[in-house]
Design a binder for this molecule. Structure first.
Ligand code: NAP
Length: 484
């Protein structure tokens, strides 16, 4: 084991361990392709050990007073904050996301844990006057062992968030971080090992196959929550259905519209459109508004300003606080995004900026792609309807509200939408009619804990970031007590 290169172990049954097979997966820095660490490649046998440990630990955890559980979850959040600098440096090198914006991820991770830690006593039942001779009550009980699988774009933020609500509801957890950016999970593992009872949280690293699949198919796991792409979400639903009756929530991809009405200032729209693309993550954010739908009267002015702003973005070392955009996360993902850019060109969209590797010695290695803007995009084009999950913005033009709505609702996705107008009736009509689960009026990107986040259509199933998420980790039991 090289002292410089990290070998990230897994947390199983209260111990940091390598995989049973002894195999490791290399993780590179996407900015320069240098190997920065290895993560344990969990086999199905490792997953079975993790589930067995979680099953043993869960009854005592569920029996704890919810405020006592909340106290421990808060301690995990505090410990994460205490190691924020270490997490941040590692995470930036492992993902390619720029450091200035990534700082928010560690804080967000801790905040999510604290939010759920305070909600323990909200796991309430009801009394129901269903008959006069009985007392009818409901209680909420944990599922047992919850399987959670998270993607590569915000590894620590999603991993920490992923364990908070199931734990507060009295479940134990088996978590799988992303194979491309797995290294920070070891830090979360160490923190959980030091604070939580043994086996309550288990973290298994590895590929979707076999590690993720073994979690989904495990007969003891009856509740699965997945954040990732639509195809993987569908594969998980199939695999789960083959092995049992399982409750599944899915936070999936988006092809989100930002809709600008004619009463808006083109400069303002250009500014928010570039910000809401999340170029600091190379566009790799499920909520990025990757379709900019501009009224024809503003289209030329907005497009011009968007291209100017995008051209000004400073690409560079993600660890440099001055960098505004880094590389894509992995070679495989880079190649996918490049092929989608090519398909845009093949289908007749007009490339207004980017579309290629940036010039300069520092960009010769790594998964760099210039921030890219296409105009003349329509909903029939592949780039107009499929999630790219990269730094590629597609600009559409529309004539009337009906056309704007038709374009907005034309994809199989329905995660977020951002509506820009000062006409309150238009804004609310659009918000009601757009088929998206999370809608901003004169805003974009922000998440507000306490309000449910999740997608319509293929963008998902279930809601997170609020009470609904917490209650989603419980099952309702009805109890009838004869009074006479
Ligand atoms: P992905 O390819 O679907 O992978 C997500 C996770 O699933 C990874 O940990 C992956 O393992 C695992 N996985 C892959 N195949 C599996 C299988 N058959 N069974 C069980 N697990 C399996 O997604 P990604 O490329 O990492 O992330 C990008 C996607 O996530 C985008 O579509 C984005 O929009 C979406 N996303 C959605 C939200 C939201 O809140 N709605 C938030 C963030 C991201 P590996 O480690 O092998 O990849």
């Amino acid at each position: 084991m090289n002292g410089q290169i990290r070998h990230s172990q897994m947390l199983i049954d209260g111990q940091m361990v390598a995989s049973e097979s002894g195999e490791w997966l290399a993780s590179d820095n996407p900015a320069n392709e240098e190997i920065i660490g290895y993560s344990a490649a969990a086999t199905a046998a490792d997953v079975h050990k993790a589930v067995a440990a979680a099953e043993r630990a869960q009854p005592a955890w569920a029996a704890m007073d919810p405020n006592a559980r909340g106290k421990l979850v808060r301690q995990v959040a505090q410990a994460l904050r205490a190691r924020a600098d270490e997490v941040l440096k590692l995470e930036v090198q492992d993902t390619g996301n720029t450091i200035t914006k990534m700082k928010g991820d560690v804080e967000h991770a801790a905040h999510a844990m604290e939010f759920f830690a305070g909600l323990g006593t909200e796991i309430k039942g009801e009394t129901i006057p269903a008959s006069s001779e009985n007392l009818h009550i409901t209680v909420r009980e944990p599922y047992g062992v919850v399987g959670r699988i998270v993607p590569f774009n915000h590894p620590i933020k999603f991993a920490a968030h992923a364990i908070a609500a199931p734990l507060m509801a009295g479940n134990s957890v088996v978590l799988k971080p992303p194979e491309q950016s797995p290294l920070s999970a070891e830090i979360l593992g160490e923190i959980c090992r030091d604070i939580l009872p043994r086996g309550v949280v288990n973290i298994v690293t590895g590929n979707g196959m076999p590690t993720g699949d073994a979690i989904v198919r495990h007969p003891v796991i009856k509740r699965i929550a997945f954040t990732g792409s639509v195809p993987t979400g569908m594969a998980i639903q199939r695999a789960a259905a083959e092995t049992g009756i399982k409750a599944i929530t899915l936070e999936l991809g988006g092809k989100n519209p930002l809709i600008a009405f004619p009463d808006m200032d083109p400069d303002k729209i250009a500014e928010v459109a570039v910000n809401a693309m999340n170029f600091a993550w190379s566009g790799q954010s499920c909520g990025s508004t990757s379709r900019l739908l501009v009224h024809e009267s503003l289209h030329a002015a907005v497009l011009k300003r968007v291209v100017e702003r995008v051209a000004e973005l400073r690409l560079g070392d993600p660890l440099d606080p001055n960098s505004q955009m880094g590389p894509l996360n992995s070679r495989r993902h880079y190649e996918r995004v490049c092929s989608m850019v090519q398909s845009g060109l093949n289908e007749g969209a007009t490339l207004k900026h980017g579309g290629k590797r940036p010039l300069g010695k520092q960009f010769e290695k790594g998964y760099w792609l210039e921030p890219t803007v296409f105009s003349d995009v329509n909903s029939k084009m592949y780039i107009g309807r499929e999630e790219i999950f990269g730094p590629v913005l597609s600009v559409f033009s529309w004539r009337d509200e009906a056309e704007a709505l038709a374009i907005a609702n034309s994809t199989e996705y329905g995660l977020t939408a951002s509506i820009w107008t000062n006409d309150i009736k238009t804004a609310l009509r659009m918000a009601r009619n757009v088929k998206s689960g999370y809608v901003w009026i004169n805003g974009a990107s922000s998440h507000f804990y306490g309000t449910p986040f999740g997608g319509f259509k293929n963008s998902g199933l279930g809601r997170e970031e609020g009470l609904e998420e917490l209650l989603g980790y419980t099952e309702t039991k009805s109890i009838h007590m004869k009074l006479a």
